[in-house]
Design a binder for this molecule. Structure first.
Ligand code: AMP
Length: 466
């Protein structure tokens, strides 16, 4: 008997959950499953790490297994649309775990690999199809996938989809769905575009919300190390040599930066792999499985690549570069402290990044403790932070002053810009678009020649990674 018994799910599903070791539903499962069992549409504000996959997978499996229908060729009964191939593979694996006693058919469709096996798996139609938008549309256009008999549609990580430029593809997929269906939309944040999309897509939805992202941050022991830019690699090596660090996920802002860090670690005899959008599917999967099995203790990743990583037992998240979108920080550190565990997040912050640090502290609503007891402590960076944190003198903009007008490059000016744009009282509700606009225009670039990808306009169509 587990806490899942009250959901009235089929016994083979309850047995599979028990075998997976789940005893208590997570808050999003607690809230969402009863509505989904009732056939309602759902708007879920939740990010990866909250248990949202089981929140939708369990009732979907239940519904499909209670009323078995043989799908026609190329047809799917349930479609889960997700932004990255890692997430697609992970979601499919979750359906396999929870549905292992049900004998329902599944297929997973994503780009970056040959389409033939996917076309073949759709030949007889499937109960559950998990897909990324680009490849799904390709296969639909070629007539290999048909969605006109779809019963359940899940749009996962909608805000990320928007961010990655998939919105047009999504609308195209939606235009092929039957009107009569159950629809679920999950998003970590609710920018205007997603709210608008949800309005057109969902019919009288129930709205459920997992604990806001800031609570994830509270479970993680966070520290900031002030270092000079040139000392970052030495500081990282110093950290990685500590024994308490059993499995570390290191974040860099750029793909090139991730490769450079891995090369450097290898020179110092530290096994590490990089995972990012320029790596082939095979290389990503190898890196992930080496990391999962403990063969390599360190995985270096960019934000987008890491979004799909579900590895338990990550003891440390290390921010080699601070993210320039504060929300990414919360996503990053949420990779440790998964499913109720504790974890440590360490940020290496140089003087040019204190502005990012301030923006992060605003959304998590706590100052991150500074660790000075390490060989690479930088007083320059520490001072830059102290200056950035100093209150700004109010200025009378009509008064003539002999002081030259404040340049936007000055820390105080950056602070003012942020203060006026970031709503400190509603940190987790601030949309990525709002947070992007909160980014000071003059924010220092992390490493010369490699502008962060998020510097592009929010709606710009980005390079696909699926
Ligand atoms: P998700 O948010 O779906 O990516 O899930 C995050 C992690 O939590 C996954 O590793 C799941 O296997 C795990 N998980 C999901 N639901 C539960 C639960 N009720 N109890 C324990 N672990 C869970």
């Amino acid at each position: 008997m587990t806490g899942f018994s009250s959901f009235d799910l089929l016994p083979p599903i309850l047995a599979a959950i028990e075998e997976a070791g789940y005893t208590t539903p997570t808050p999003i499962q607690e809230q969402a499953i009863p509505h989904l069992r009732d056939g309602r549409d759902l708007l879920g504000i939740a990010q990866t790490g909250t248990g949202k996959t089981a929140a939708f997978a369990l009732p979907i499996l239940d519904r499909l297994a209670r009323r078995r229908v043989r799908p026609g060729s190329g047809q799917a009964r349930a479609l889960i649309l997700t932004p990255t191939r890692e997430l697609a593979a992970q979601i499919d694996a979750s359906f396999a775990t929870y549905g292992r006693r049900l004998n329902l058919s599944r297929a997973v469709v994503y780009g970056g690999v040959g389409q033939y096996p996917q076309v073949k798996s759709m030949g007889r139609g499937v109960d559950i199809l998990t897909a990324t938008p680009g490849r799904l549309l390709d296969l639909m256009n070629q007539g290999f996938v048909k969605l006109d008999r779809l019963e359940i549609f899940v749009l996962d990580e909608a805000d990320r989809m928007l961010d990655m430029g998939f919105i047009h593809d999504i609308r195209m997929v939606i235009s092929h769905l039957p009107v009569e269906r159950q629809t679920l939309l999950f998003s970590a944040t609710m920018p205007k575009e997603i709210a608008h999309l949800a309005q057109g897509l969902l019919s009288d939805p129930e709205r459920v919300e997992a604990a806001p992202s800031a609570t994830t941050a509270e479970r993680v022991e966070q520290k900031v190390y002030f270092v000079d830019k040139g000392d970052k690699r030495a500081a990282l090596i110093h950290l990685l040599r500590q024994e308490s660090l059993t499995r570390a996920l290191v974040f860099t802002r750029t793909k090139h930066g991730a490769d450079k860090v891995v090369l450097d670690l290898e020179k110092h005899a530290i096994e590490a792999d990089a995972i990012h959008g320029n790596k082939s599917q095979g290389a990503r999967e190898r890196a992930l499985s080496r990391f999962r099995s403990g063969e390599s203790r360190v995985l270096v990743a960019t934000d987008i690549a890491a979004r799909g990583i579900d590895v338990t037992g990550i003891s440390h998240v290390i921010n080699f570069d601070l993210p320039n979108e504060p929300e990414s920080y919360v996503h990053r550190i949420g990779r440790t402290a998964r499913a109720g565990r504790e974890g440590v997040a360490i940020s290496l912050c140089d003087a040019t990044e204190v502005v990012f640090l301030r923006a992060i502290e605003k959304i998590i609503r706590i100052p991150i403790p500074v660790e000075t007891q390490h060989p690479h402590h930088s007083e320059v960076a520490a001072t830059a932070r102290a200056i950035a944190a100093a209150p700004v003198q109010p200025q009378n903009r009509y008064a003539r002053s002999s002081r030259p007008s404040r340049s936007p490059r000055e820390p105080g000016a950056q602070e003012r810009t942020q203060r006026s744009r970031v709503r400190a009282d509603q940190p987790s509700a601030a949309s990525p678009a709002a947070q992007r606009s909160a980014k000071p225009r003059s924010a220092p670039q992390p490493s010369a020649g490699h502008a962060p990808s998020s510097a592009r306009p929010p709606m710009a169509r980005r390079k696909r990674v699926d």
